[in-house]
Write a protein that binds this ligand. Sequence first.
Ligand code: XIL
Length: 425
Amino acid sequence: MMFFYRIAGVLLLVFTMLQAQEESFKKYADELGLNIGTALGYQFERNTPEHNEIVIREFNTVVAENTMKAVILHKVKGQPDFSRADKLIDFAQHHGMRVRGHTLVWHFQNADWICTGERESTLENMKFHIETVMEHFKGKVHEWDVVNEALEEAPTGKMRDSEWLRSIGPDYVDSAFAFAHRVDPDCKLFYNDFGTSVLGAKSDSMYAMVKRLLNNGIPIHGVGFQAHQTAADAVPELYLGVRWNFERFAELGLDLAITEMDVTGSDWEKQAEVYETFMRVTLELPAVKSFVVWGVRDNDSWRRSGTPLLFDDNWEPKPAYVALMNLLKDPPAAVQPFPGSRSVKSGHDSGQLLFNGKNRTLSLRNTGMVNPLPIAIYDLRGTLVASAVMSAGIPLTLASLLENEFTGTLLVCSEGGVLRVNVVR
Ligand code: XIL
């Protein structure tokens, strides 16, 4: 009998250890149907054991940090070198991971021969490059960033003055998608850019461009948000800025992906907050299919001075890792889209609501531009605290909408913008 208990004890211990080992992003993301990924850079190529161990344990998706860019794959016309990228594909296939393709048409790390300064030859070269690369990876890469960073940085909202634009003209984007679709009709084709995570001038121009492509019947299936952020982005407006922005792209019927996330900053708690906000929106909106971070360890990041990743220099998980894990383990429910139109003004009014006696009376006024005006009140975690419809001329006392014990910062959101209110006792 003693023997039996001992065996059972050992089995229980082994089982518990196995369970503890199983705890990973991948485990929960697989259950949720989420592609959770990382970029593979030089630590992968060097086959660094600590690095690869983390990648295999945590991620179900990978992307080449550099090795699928034109300058590496196709430096000389007609003489592609797939050797480095193929190692990544082999690794991914061996470990049952998906591969995102990154990237076919980009102004940086491009091959010199493609853009000639002249329209017809550049179109021909672009077509040849896309065919050469996509043919090779057909069936192995199920989604490609076809065009990367075609837009100028905010606030101009114009197309980037690149050799693509100068050689072909603004419709180079249309052509790239059309060529790519012809090569592999089953492949999901993405437009990918940075500085587009929240509502704002650049995301507005990306929205306009993508909508134009769709209206013209161009085969585009997804939008990638690079999400190169900073810890200073951890402001109350971030959550809704991201969510409302993502919602409008989702409404176009597109897949959404966070494609290159990293968050610079020495305040690792704030950094964790930014990662967490993006993961929260990812889990809340079914259209967001992928959450990809741009590397594993701070030291190896292209922004290494900003310690932007999930693991520190000793391969230890940082607060951001813990925050993402907690969310994956206990995901938020899908959200209902906000009833009004979406706008978060950069400058916002603010007020203070004192929760005692006569002071509980911060009143909101609908000035009548939109009437009736739906408002929604969120807390900083993005939880809807209350909603109401305001009529012009009739002030609404905010305190009447809130639970008595509530304290903290609230965002009162309407078409007119966001009013930030501190509720104190
Ligand atoms: C970066 C890589 O991380 C670096 O190693 C390389 O030197 C330059 O490119 N947007 C993109 C990525 O789409 O391809 C970039 O990756 C980062 C910005």
